[in-house]
Write a protein that binds this ligand. Structure first.
Ligand code: SER
Length: 300
C-alpha cells in the first residue's frame, strides 16, 4: 500500500464509522498565544474540548500537519540521527467530541490496524496510564480491560505520566492515553529479546505508531486539573511510521514519502544514500527540513 492509499484508507475507515472528514489546519498558528506551531491534531479543536466552541460534528477524522521543533513537544534533536522522528509529520486522527469514548476508540484502532491494514497482531503492544500520585489519578483499568479483549495481558504495559498522560502544553486539555507500539524487528531478533522490554526505550524498531488520548481534564496555569465539561477522544497516528510498517521498511526515509526527496539530494550532491553514516544523517536532515520548510512557508 503506497502512502496515498494508506492515508485514504484511514479516512475512508472513519468516514464509514460516521466521522466527518476535515482538512488539516495550517501549521503556523494565528490565534493561540500558548502555541507557535501546530504540534498535534487536537490544537484546532482546543476550544471544543474546553467547551468554549459548540460541537458541529461530534465525530471527525483528519490528517494534520504537525511541527515539533520547540516547547513541550520537540523532536528536533532526534531528526535525521534516527529513522523515525521528524520536524514536520502528518498525524492521522479520529475525534469524538462528547460522543464515543474509550471502548470505540480502542476497538476501532485495533480493527483498522489488524483487519484493514493487516498488521501482524503478534507485533503489537499497547500501553495504558499507570496512575500518578502527584495528580491523584488512578491507573486506567478501564482501558486495560478493554484491551484484554484483543491483546494478551503480557502485552498490555503500564506507563507513567510522561508517556501515558497526554498534555498539549503547560496548560490546556489533557488526559490519560493508551499507545500502540509496533515491533518491526526480524524473527531472530524477536526470539532473542522480548519486544515488551523495548517499548518506550528508544529502540528504532519497536516504536509507537498510534496514541489514543482520552481527554477528561483541563490543566490550569496553577498546575491543577479541572474536569472538562464532557469527555472526548483525540487520537494521533504517525502517518510516516505507519507507511514504513506497511511498506515493510525499517526507516521512514525508505518509504515513498521521502525516497523521491532523498533521490534528488543524491543527484544534486553526487553522494549515494547509504554510502556512510555521516552523509546518510545529513541527507535525512535535509530531506526532513526541506519538507517542513516548504509546508511552513505555504502555511504562512
Ligand atoms: N494529541 C495526541 C498526540 O499528539 C494524540 O493525537 O499524540
Amino acid at each position: 500500500m503506497n502512502a496515498q492509499q494508506t492515508r485514504q484508507t484511514f479516512l475512508d475507515f472513519f468516514e464509514k464509522k460516521s466521522h466527518h472528514i476535515v482538512s488539516s489546519a495550517p501549521m503556523v498558528i494565528k490565534d493561540d498565544p500558548t502555541l507557535m506551531f501546530t504540534n498535534a491534531g487536537m490544537n484546532q479543536f482546543k476550544d471544543i474540548f474546553l467547551g468554549n466552541s459548540p460541537v458541529k460534528f461530534p465525530r471527525i477524522a483528519n490528517t494534520q500537519k504537525c511541527l515539533r521543533v520547540s516547547g513541550k513537544h520537540n523532536d528536533l534533536e532526534e531528526v535525521g540521527h534516527d529513522t523515525y522522528h521528524h520536524t514536520m509529520f502528518e498525524m492521522l486522527g479520529n475525534w469524538s467530541f462528547g460522543d464515543y469514548f474509550k471502548k470505540d476508540a480502542i476497538n476501532w484502532a485495533w480493527e483498522l490496524l489488524t483487519d484493514v491494514y493487516k498488521i501482524d497482531k503478534d507485533r503489537l503492544y499497547v500501553t495504558i496510564f499507570g496512575g500518578d500520585e502527584g495528580d491523584n489519578l488512578q491507573p486506567d483499568m478501564e482501558a486495560h480491560d478493554l484491551w484484554k479483549a484483543h491483546v494478551p495481558e503480557n502485552r498490555i504495559l503500564r506507563g507513567n505520566k510522561k508517556d501515558n498522560f497526554w498534555e498539549m502544553g503547560d496548560s490546556g486539555p489533557c488526559g490519560p492515553c493508551s499507545e500502540i507500539h509496533v515491533d518491526i524487528r526480524n524473527n531472530q531478533e524477536r526470539a532473542e529479546v522480548d519486544g515488551a522490554t523495548l517499548v518506550n526505550t528508544g529502540d528504532p524498531k519497536v516504536i509507537e505508531i498510534w496514541n489514543l488520548v482520552f481527554m477528561e481534564f483541563n490543566r490550569l496555569a496553577n498546575g491543577s486539573l479541572q474536569p472538562l465539561p464532557a469527555k472526548h477522544v483525540d487520537t494521533g497516528m504517525g502517518f510516516e511510521r505507519l507507511c514504513m510498517v506497511l511498506q515493510q521498511k525499517q526507516s521512514n526515509y525508505d518509504t515513498d514519502i521521502f525516497q523521491p526527496i532523498i533521490g534528488k539530494i543524491a543527484d544534486i550532491s553526487g553522494i549515494r544514500y547509504g554510502a556512510a553514516d555521516k552523509t546518510d544523517i545529513a541527507m535525512r536532515v535535509i530531506a526532513d527540513h526541506v519538507r517542513a520548510i516548504a509546508f511552513a512557508i505555504a502555511d504562512g
